[in-house]
Design a protein around this ligand. Sequence first.
Ligand SMILES: [Zn+2]
Length: 187
Amino acid sequence: MKIETSQIANLPSRFGTFKIQTFKEGEKEHLVIFKEPLDVVPTVRVHSECLTGDAIGSLKCDCRDQLEFALKEIENHHGMVIYLRQEGRNIGLLNKVNAYALQDKGLDTVEANHQLGFDADERTYEVVEYILNHFGIKKIKLLTNNPKKMESLEGIEIVERLPIIVGENEYNEEYLQTKKDKMGHLL
Ligand SMILES: [Zn+2]
């Protein structure tokens, strides 16, 4: 896969003063947000796009809280957030809303995906290694609860896993329990 990269630009934000760079993989335009100078072993968060959570503040998931937590962490520890454009665990927004409609009828997040003909989690992380290599990063501290993410980064040494436990609320209790029970998340 050919990947096209943008220039690096400044991004002052409510969470810190960052640099940003886009990595375009096919139709997907991923965004890397980082704080200079990067730590020798930077804290890295790999965040998959969630429009309903990240932009609209949905309480059905914990995405926005995790993203905000990660941005504050990378500001404090000179790290990096890799924002991957794989909406709805990579089934896209239309299918995600259809999955939500099934959840309204009582299915859990995994059952809903299966009913629509998808795996519980369709996300991939190949581009993450490409991005880390691009920055010359060989060792990271990975901010995650998801063991699958750690396994997927074969060429990168993860010296430490930093848990990210934020964003529980009355609406996403079952969702978080399903992630723990059916998807192996360490919550
Ligand atoms: Zn979400």
